[in-house]
Ligand binder design. Structure first.
Ligand SMILES: Nc1ncnc2c1ncn2[C@@H]1O[C@H](COP(=O)(O)OP(=O)(O)O)[C@@H](O)[C@H]1O
Ligand SMILES: O=c1ccn([C@@H]2O[C@H](COP(=O)(O)OP(=O)(O)O)[C@@H](O)[C@H]2O)c(=O)[nH]1
Ligand SMILES: [Mg+2]
Length: 240
């Protein structure tokens, strides 16, 4: 499923998509074989297909819980690629895509953007990177998000982090974030906290039941919080 060949595959069940990929790989090789005796090399600028699925970490937590801040530290220490679902959506808005106005409206209202849009942005970002480990920050935000990701991508995350932070602290941080975001105001923040409780928490519970969840107490200094995060990834590095 992680071969970077076509977006068509994202519309199919994973078994069919995998068959399509196998056929593409087979025919691609045949055509190449007919015209060249050179050793197969990826075309210039093209990223070769992955041999195995990338290592995926979902990073969850309420607005202002410190997901982005801790992701930057994980990137620096462990070499992950950071994909913030919110940043990918904000890029869609600023690139004047046809869905930009709708996405902006949903973000202003603190609502969750339709799952297939977010999943495709994430999938495209993963497929256009050569890295084999990713932090998907701020996604999935609902059970429907999660199921759509599993259906389109055909994989589950390896690890799920949950930054658990008291509401008053999250409100304080968001209101002083100062990044010019349309949703960093008290009205939208109230709506986002409601969405967090009603839609995000069930996803967190789902991964907890599956034994994939690492809960981090997200209060204290950034370094104190990272002290809880570090051993999780250090253990996976050892296992590799
Ligand atoms: N441990 C912390 N203590 C105080 N402020 C923090 C801490 N971690 C992050 N912040 C600040 O809080 C705000 C929200 O953090 P951010 O990483 O953007 O959270 P999220 O991505 O979960 O919304 C930012 O301004 C950030 O600098
Ligand atoms: O998978 C996602 C991620 C984000 N959003 C929207 O983008 C906003 C900002 O998300 P981001 O993760 O940037 O916010 P953070 O939690 O970091 O403050 C959310 O409130 C949603 O409206 C969404 O719809 N789906
Ligand atoms: Mg963030």
């Amino acid at each position: 499923m992680w071969r970077r060949t076509t977006l068509l595959s994202s519309l199919m069940p994973s078994s069919k998509a995998s068959l399509l990929h196998q056929m593409q790989a087979a025919y691609g090789l045949k055509i190449w074989g007919a015209f060249s005796t050179e050793v197969l090399k990826p075309a210039k600028g093209r990223i070769p297909p992955r041999e195995k699925p990338p290592f995926i970490t979902f990073v969850l937590g309420g607005p202002g819980s410190g997901k982005g801040t801790q992701c930057a530290k994980i990137v620096e220490t462990f070499g992950f690629t950071h994909l913030s679902a919110g940043d990918l959506l904000r890029k869609e808005i600023s690139s004047n895509s046809e869905n930009g106005a709708m996405i902006l409206n949903m973000i202003k209202e603190g609502k969750i953007v339709p799952s297939d849009m977010t999943v495709k942005l994430i999938q495209r970002a993963i497929e256009s990177s050569e890295n084999d480990k990713f932090l998907i920050d701020g996604f999935p935000r609902s059970e429907e998000n999660r199921q759509t990701y599993e259906r389109i991508v055909g994989e589950e995350p390896n690890v799920v982090l949950f930054f658990d932070c008291p509401e008053e602290e999250m409100v304080k941080r968001v209101l002083s974030r100062n990044q010019g975001r349309v949703d960093d105001n008290i009205d939208t923040m109230r709506k986002r906290l409601e969405v967090f409780t009603s839609l995000n928490l069930p996803v967190i519970n789902y991964y907890s039941e599956k034994g994939k969840l690492y809960k981090i107490r997200a209060v204290g200094t950034e370094d104190e919080i990272f002290e809880q995060v570090h051993p999780i990834f250090a253990a996976f590095e050892v296992l590799k």
